[in-house]
Design a protein around this ligand. Sequence first.
Ligand code: BDP
Length: 683
Amino acid sequence: ANWDRCWLRFNPISDRDRLAEYRQWGQEIAVADPADDVLQTAAAELMDGLEAMLGVRPRRSAASTGKGGIRLGIRGQMDDRPIEPAAQAGSGDGYVIRSMPAADEHGLIVSGQSAKGALYAVYHLLRLMQCGEDLTGLMLSEAPSNELRMLNQWDNMDGSIERGYAGRSIFYRNNEFVPDMSRIRDYARLLASVGINAIAINNVNVHAVESLLITEKLLPDVVRVADIFRRYGISTFLSVNFASPIQLGGLFSADPLDESVRRFWKEKVEDIYRAIPDFGGFLVKADSEGRPGPFTYGRDHADGANMLADALAPYGGLVIWRCFVYNCQQDWRDRTTDRARAAYDHFTPLDGKFRDNVLLQIKNGPMDFQVREPVSPLFGAMPATNQMLELQITQEYTGQQRHLCYLVPQWKEVLDFDTHARGAGSSVADVVSGRLFGNRRGGIAAVSNIGDATNWTGHVLAQANLYGFGRLAWNPRLTAEEIANEWIGQTFGADPDVMRAVRNMLLESWNIYEKYTAPLGVGWMVNPDHHYGPNVDGYEYSRWGTYHFADRHGIGVDRTVRTGTRYTAQYYAPNAELYENLESCPDELLLFFHHVPYTYRLKTGKTVIQHIYDTRFEGVLQAVELLNAWSSLEHKLDADRFEQVRDRLREQVKHAREWRDQVNTYFYRKSGIADEHNRGIYA
Ligand code: BDP
């Protein structure tokens, strides 16, 4: 293939001792149940990976010859040797990898709870080898925290990608599916290798063409894609248009309580499952940003979601219903329309009303994937409802894959956030996995950042975000640093200088990006529509609910109970008080929750205005440091990837300066307060 192999490079093992160690058992593979497709994939991946790294094609046998090698299979279907149960029961995706009991046997047992588990085990083993780990006496047992580990493609059938920054769609072109699906297959591999098990293949904004995906016109193509993903243990979902009964069915209504509408969906679902027996289900954006939904018929979102859920239930299908519902035509005079409040206000009254096969998909923050937002108060606020977290890998507001922004640290903060829904220790991770309330279902979804660019993600280093998302969805307890190390080791090799430099770059990058863009949690300040580059008032006088309220005295959005929109009341104690009070509100979120004068002093002792000036200068300096750090690796990396990244980092420095100058100039003119250090920037 002519595209980047990302973290699945499988370069030859150069360390001689390691090579000798791995070769002892890497020469023969015995596969327990060759009839299973996913197990076939696992075996093939293992064969290819070992051959590439060890330089020898392993022998493949049906049963082990008893002289070591690797035994791959599903627990219970392996040979007579006892195998420890894989970690917690979980979704059946778990696995065990362990050395054979007798030291002289030189063998490994790779055993999944299911064929999918075996596939994940294979990728885990290959990862350890790519990173040059010592595998003697191995005893590993893994199970995912989340049942659903999902990607949302925002791909349109015309080949464009909503908020895509890495070329065109790998799925569609000219309103058709691509004829050659090999790139989709390679994508499936990348996803399976980090444990992703579900994908919605079309944009949540479903236009006329994509509405046809559930009709006989396009369903056969969906079948082909689902066949590819199935072999990698990934189930296929479609985003659907709530108004399909009108658009496709010739009905006059899409009212979820109307019998003919319900019949329409039942028949559609029947058609789909006849073609794709393991179809995942529907992803739905309804009553949001102009999309149709149940509100039109005076119904609520439980009515809408349950109607689809009833159609899907007989086949085990799911409805993933998005909570990104707000009034995009707001009028600030009415404080109750604060956009931050919307998801909670719409959905909490419906707790307990959704069917078992419905999951509510909630964006990490109450607004929209800004560089810094508080965690959505909806997490944990609906104990009797399955909830799912939605993250954005594609860097819409975080530099559009032109700026480096490793998002794993941000996601970690979200997952670790203590909602206090059941007292201390009620993390978002435990809410969305279903553990906290014992919900039947749960998971994490994210908007993908890939396209048909040779390097998949536009910025080579943005591959780390796709990788990191999968790893975190599997295990939210991994640290941002552990994930960075794994990714760098597999992507660039284990050279300690490369490791250190790239790791620091990744780990610092979110912080750096935040420093030169919108300050202190206030968000936005981007150019309308495409959302790239600075424009302090870009969204200030429009109706999207995205205000910062900067005037000559101060800045920020008052969301307090006492004097503001009462948004802070949506949190459980003690978070509600933490944010309500100016004194306790964390600096980084100050302007999200409070309107303060420019002379207000932060916990750092700096005034807001001086903080704005200083962080912008620091951000630019650190962007320069990113470039320097990368440049120092010139002779340690292949020229192609080296230059690609260097070009992006140069552009980042240029744009960081633009951000600095526009933001600083704006606030100098608004406030009339000079920079204490007199850095002449006020063009
Ligand atoms: C916003 C995007 C818009 C998406 C919307 C969504 O700007 O393109 O359609 O979110 O999540 O971030 O539905």
